[in-house]
Each structure stands twice: as C-alpha cells, then as structure tokens.
Design a binder for this molecule. Structure first.
Ligand SMILES: [Zn+2]
Length: 288
C-alpha cells in the first residue's frame, strides 16, 4: 500500500501553487528594490549635477584689465646730514619706499652721521645708492674734467660703504647712463659719465625736482604744488622713460619742522592716489 505521504493532502496540494506565486512576487519585489552599493543612486547624481550648475552660475565675472600705475621714484641726495634724520623718520612712519643717494665723505664726518648711516642701512623700504665720495667739493667743472678721478671717487664710496648695488648719481649734473638710456645735461661731463658707465656704474638723473632755497634751505614748492607738477610731468610725458618719474629731493631741505611737515603731507597725499606706485631706484627699467 502506498503511503498517504506520497500523494499528500489535496488541500495542501492546492495551496502549493499559491505559495509559489507569492514567493515569486516577493523575489521580484526584492530584486526591484535592490541596488548595488557601488552604483550611485539617482537622487545624489541629480544633486551633484545641481551643485555643478550652481558653481557655474556663481563664477565671478571677469575683472576689467588693470590700469597701468604710474611709477614714482623718491630719491634724496647728499646725506647723511642735518635733514636726514627727519626724512628717515617720516618715510618710516608713512611706510613708503625711498632711495638715498649718499655722499661717502658725509658718513665719516661725525659719529652721529655714522650712526645715522647704520640706521638707514638696516631700515626696510630704504635703498642706499652712490652720490660720489667728495661731491666734487662743489667744484664741478674741474671734477668732471678728470674722468679717472671721478671713477675713483665713486669707487671709494662704493667700497667704503659696502653698497649693494651700482646705481649712482653724479653731483651737480643731471646725467643718465642706464643701459641704452643716455643723457648728459652739460656735454663737458660726457667723458666722465662714459667712464663711470664703463666701470660698471648705472647713472640715474631725475625728471622732476623738489627745489629748495640754497640760503635758507626751505623747500620752494609746498606738497600740493609739487604733486600738481608731478601730475603734469606724467600727462605731458616729460619723462626719460614713459610711465616712470624720478623725483630729486635733498635731505638738507627737511631739517626745519615746517619743511618736514610738507614732506609728510606730500607722502600722505601720494598714498591716497591709487594711480601712483612708489618704487626703489633698482626697480627702474633697465637697471641690472
Ligand atoms: Zn648732491
């Protein structure tokens, strides 16, 4: 006799197809819901795309090309002397770069001048250049008549002050010898100037001057007048190199408080002008 287990319960036999269908549906549902971990889901993908779009929208518009700034070189001659300390204090307070063209002999005239030289040497934003050793003792014609002596005089300052550049200014003469930039105000000095250039010096003259009275040592232009003259020199392009102006001033003109005040006002006015940029002598075009 066959076991009832072989044929089974008829009711149970009817239930089996229904269970199989349910299991199949459950499996389909699970497969539908399943997504491998490595695949990015649709929602984050959409979010990333939105982010990229947002970044692209927020991208800054292109800035207009920067206007070239006018370069101004503030240079002070003949120190260290009675006015040098005031000049140094003011330019340090105002935080502006300046160049001092030093007379070698003046550094060794007194202990105070030597100390002042040491202060300048260690100061930030200050550049020291060569203005000869003797300043020709103010006998310019005979001085420039002997080119070899002129070269020796400049070398003496370069070596005794251990200067770190070859930029120099001739005493009493507005002479330029910077690479191909050549200009000589008085032709009798040409041979001496050429000798200095051959010896490796780069001679910087000036485009504008802050004049002073040679008897009272007071400045002749106030700060506003000087600034107008500088503006005019740029607009008329009365410059050795377009876009660059070298201003000559003298330390000794700023020994008195009234003149020092003009210097301070001039520097403060310049700092408000964003069309100007103050530079050091060694930053002038063509200087090695
Ligand atoms: Zn001088």
């Amino acid at each position: 006799m066959e076991s009832s287990d072989d044929e089974g319960d008829p009711a149970a036999a009817r239930l089996q197809p229904a269970l199989a269908i349910r299991a199949l549906l459950l499996l389909s549902f699970l497969l539908f819901c399943y997504q491998p971990q490595s695949r990015p889901r649709s929602a984050p993908r959409a979010f990333v795309a939105a982010e990229v779009k947002t970044v692209a929208v927020k991208k800054k518009p292109k800035a207009p090309p920067k206007k070239a700034r006018k370069k101004l070189y503030l240079t002070f001659d003949d120190g260290p002397n009675k006015g040098t300390k005031n000049v140094y204090t003011i330019v340090r307070d105002e935080g502006v770069p300046v160049t001092f063209f030093l007379v070698g002999e003046h550094v060794f005239d007194s202990h105070g001048q030597r100390v002042l030289f040491d202060s300048l040497r260690g100061a930030p934003l200050v550049e020291l250049c060569n203005h000869s050793y003797s300043h020709a003792h103010s006998r310019y014609s005979s001085y420039y008549g002997v080119p070899d002596s002129v070269v020796a005089d400049f070398r003496r300052t370069h070596d005794s002050l251990d200067l770190r550049n070859d930029v120099a200014r001739t005493p009493g003469r507005n002479i330029w010898r910077i690479d191909s930039l050549q200009a000589t105000d008085l032709k009798a000095s040409t041979a001496a100037a050429d000798s200095l250039q051959r010896a490796g010096f780069q001679l910087m003259g000036w485009d504008a001057e802050w004049h002073f009275d040679h008897k009272t040592y007071a400045v002749e232009q106030d700060a506003e007048t000087l600034l107008r003259q500088i503006d005019s020199a740029f607009s008329r392009n009365r410059l050795k190199c377009p876009g660059h102006l070298v201003l000559l001033a003298h330390d000794q003109a700023f020994a008195a408080p009234a003149d020092s005040l003009q210097l301070r006002r001039f520097l403060q006015a310049l700092k408000k002008r964003d069309d100007y940029e103050l530079s050091l002598a060694t930053e002038y075009p063509g200087v090695r």
